[in-house]
Write a protein that binds this ligand. Structure first.
Ligand code: XUL
Ligand code: CO
Length: 424
């Protein structure tokens, strides 16, 4: 069965002059930039939950997507056909995306093992790799009060058991990483919440995962994915800084990096670049969930990224950390409810990949151009070398009033546009 008949051959790079909507205009996987191919820089991943299982349903209406696949196997076949035609090297999943839960924990594990064996075969045939796996610890009603942070130890145990199996699956598929997104690890009201107990439980849960990874020889990278709210009112992994603080407080910092998502950053009241820098300066920038929000809608709309300033800023941070190691760009993004045809999945991913290819080119060009870096360096005087308040005072008494200088924000912004428009 062919699930995407509208695309008969793998999407090719045709260059900026092409008018073919099923072609890359900028993403040329083999093109070298700064000693690495575009494909190696960008490490695109397709996310199974939105792309393969997204229905188009929202709080006001049912699903709209026209999808010729339904069973777990059909969905897996469609996924690998899609990824091969798109030419991405990686994918990501939650355990429950691959197959629904069974009537008992036992049955759920059996169903998961079965489909994971099939995925293993599909990976071997295609060469497509697993960027990261995760467990869905937020959809089932048993997790309504959280998983690791649930007041009921029985639920904690259930979630931990589920994570064990999701880690086994990730390990079996050679996953480069394993992600924890605390969907319901937070609270709706502090009146019914013991925050200290919940945070202690969360740390305990993560330590169990670290121990288990050691036991089974899983050497993939653990990630925490910050998000401030939605579905809960407050999520403990609010933003990069609070995740880092939590990891340091509980001694977990060396075992985790962060998976930063654009729409989560903006929900937290930060820019994506802010979140990436906070993680990078802590040596904890691991991977990226590539999407964007809508400036006019307050919630997590998970749209495909097309904004070239955004992709440029993201790629500046990725280049500044020396490129991805285990991580990559996972399109945790969904097409709009009215984009219900399978061809829309291609348009969305092609657009996102092209936007990141441009971002990569511009970020690299900014580095080569050097003017922004120079101007920024010139804004700072020599490093602060004063050793004491007394020394500062003697300096001020000897040198008087500092000369105030322009921050040159508009000039910086002009340089960004200069470089952006010079890149082909
Ligand atoms: C939710 C979200 C998740 C995580 C994985 O906002 O981003 O899909 O990426 O659980
Ligand atoms: Co995400």
């Amino acid at each position: 069965m062919v699930y995407f008949p509208e695309v008969t051959a793998p999407i090719a790079y045709e260059g900026p002059a092409s008018r073919n909507p099923f072609a890359f205009k900028h993403y040329n996987p083999g093109a070298q930039i700064g000693g690495k191919s575009m494909a190696e820089h960008l490490r695109f991943a397709v996310c199974y939950w939105h792309t393969m299982r997204g229905t188009g349903g929202d709080p006001f209406g049912v699903g709209t997507m026209n999808r010729p696949w339904s069973s777990a196997r059909e969905t897996m076949d469609a996924a690998f056909e899609f990824m091969a035609k798109l030419g991405v090297g990686f994918w990501c999943f939650h355990d429950r995306d691959l197959v629904e839960e069974g009537n008992s924990f036992d049955e759920s594990c059996r169903k998961l093992d079965e489909i994971v064996a099939y995925a293993e075969q599909k990976q071997a045939e295609s060469g497509i790799k697993l960027l990261w796996g995760t467990a869905n610890l937020f959809s089932h009603p048993r997790y309504q009060a959280g998983a690791a942070t649930n007041p009921d130890p029985h639920v904690f145990a259930y979630a931990a058991a589920q994570v064990r199996h999701a880690m086994d699956a990730t390990h079996r598929l050679g996953g480069k990483g394993y992600t924890f997104w605390g969907g319901r690890e937070g609270y709706d009201t502090l009146w019914n919440t013991d925050m200290k107990r919940e945070l202690d439980q969360l740390a305990k849960f993560l330590w169990m995962a670290v121990d288990y990874a050691r036991q089974i020889g899983f050497t993939g990278q653990f990630y925490i994915e910050p998000k401030p709210m939605e579905p809960t009112t407050h999520q403990y992994d609010s933003d990069a800084a609070s995740c880092l603080n939590f990891l340091r407080e509980y001694g977990l910092i060396e075992h985790f990096k962060l998976n930063i998502e654009t729409n989560h950053a903006t929900l937290a009241g930060h820019s994506m670049r802010h979140e990436l820098q906070v993680a990078r300066y802590a040596g904890a920038l691991g991977s990226i969930d590539a999407n964007r929000g809508d400036e006019l809608i307050g919630w997590d709309t998970d749209q495909f990224p097309t904004n070239l300033y955004l992709t440029t800023e993201i790629m500046l941070e990725v280049l500044a950390m020396g490129g991805f190691t285990t991580g990559g760009l996972n399109f945790d993004a969904k097409i709009r409810r009215q984009s219900f045809e399978t061809s829309d999945l291609f348009h969305a991913h092609i657009g996102g990949m092209d936007a990141f290819a441009i971002g990569l080119k511009v970020a690299h060009a900014m580095h080569e151009d050097g003017r922004i870096k120079e101007l920024k360096a010139a804004r700072y005087g020599a490093p602060v070398a004063f050793a004491s308040l007394e020394e500062c005072e003697s300096f001020v008494r000897a040198n008087g009033e500092p000369i105030v200088r322009s921050g040159r924000q508009e000039l910086f912004e002009n340089l960004v546009n200069d470089v952006l428009m010079s890149v082909r």
